[in-house]
Design a protein around this ligand. Structure first.
Ligand SMILES: [Zn+2]
Ligand SMILES: [Zn+2]
Length: 265
């Protein structure tokens, strides 16, 4: 049982870390820099750890930049406040992401550029063969170590891990929790110590200071991914410039222009 649960928690944390570190903070926001070689290594690890639900950096970045610009307004690709419900929000997210990724939807010019690109790996990661192979591989530890068939209900979460993390953040982070700052949206901080999505659930802090690398803003808040990235910087794997450290780096992400202002609590 311990092995199955460790596998589940390990996959969860590695997958959500690559999403917040590589796709979100690096790909969409450029909160830090890295060499082309490091970018390839981390892109490969994103592919490996997201596995069956690997998300394309370009599709992710454009979708996310649209979210910041239209947060909780009618053009927000994933707001619980402009959707009919949880399922509707996720169908809209998936449809828009797929359209952006395939090129069927032409994004606004201001949302494009600056994301990692590795066409060969993206092609492999997006293929059904790869997704099915990862999906089948996840079942192996369950067949060997699960003490009861009920453990198999965890398997679908492995298959859809990437979008599942997105759904939790997009829904809970704009619906449940407290607000530190007045922003032009309904973003919230859901957990003072975000051990579930490694910092992504500090949505209110993140929408207020969109380029700040540390998603925690109060002394009693803790953003796990930030500290891992600090270690990466100490190791020389990523670079955080003075401007980036201060949250003043050049940005592709614009603050919300929706008029849905809500104050702090
Ligand atoms: Zn963001
Ligand atoms: Zn948000």
């Amino acid at each position: 049982m311990a092995i199955v649960l460790s596998f589940f928690v390990g996959h969860w944390l590695l997958s959500v870390f690559m999403q917040t570190f590589f796709l979100h903070r690096y790909g969409a926001h450029r909160m830090f820099s890295m060499s082309p070689r490091a970018e390839r290594v981390f892109h490969f690890l994103t592919f490996l750890f997201q596995g069956s639900s690997y998300l394309n950096p370009r599709g992710y970045a454009i979708l996310h930049r649209e979210h910041h610009a239209y947060s909780d307004g009618p053009q927000d690709p994933h707001s619980p406040h402009s959707s009919k419900g949880f399922v509707d929000m996720n169908v809209k997210t998936a449809t828009r992401y797929a359209g952006l990724w395939s090129g069927a939807i032409e994004p606004e010019e201001r949302f494009t550029g600056g994301y990692p690109s590795w066409p060969a790996l993206e092609k492999v990661g997006d293929s059904w063969m790869t997704r099915l192979a990862f999906g089948a591989a996840y079942s192996i530890p369950y067949f060997i170590f699960a003490p009861h068939w009920a453990f198999f209900v965890l398997l679908p979460m492995h298959w859809f891990m990437g979008p599942l993390h997105g759904a939790i953040v997009n829904w809970c982070g704009h619906k449940y929790g407290y607000r530190n700052f007045s922003t032009r949206d309904k973003s919230r901080n859901s957990l003072p110590f975000d051990f579930v999505t490694m910092g992504e659930l500090f949505q209110n802090n993140h929408h207020r200071y969109g380029q700040a690398l540390n998603f925690a803003a109060r002394s009693w808040e803790f953003d796990p991914a930030y500290w891992v990235i600090r270690v990466f910087a100490d190791m020389g794997w990523v670079r955080i410039s003075k401007e980036q450290e201060m949250g003043l780096a050049e940005t592709y992400v614009e603050p919300a222009d929706a008029s849905l202002a809500e104050g702090a609590e």
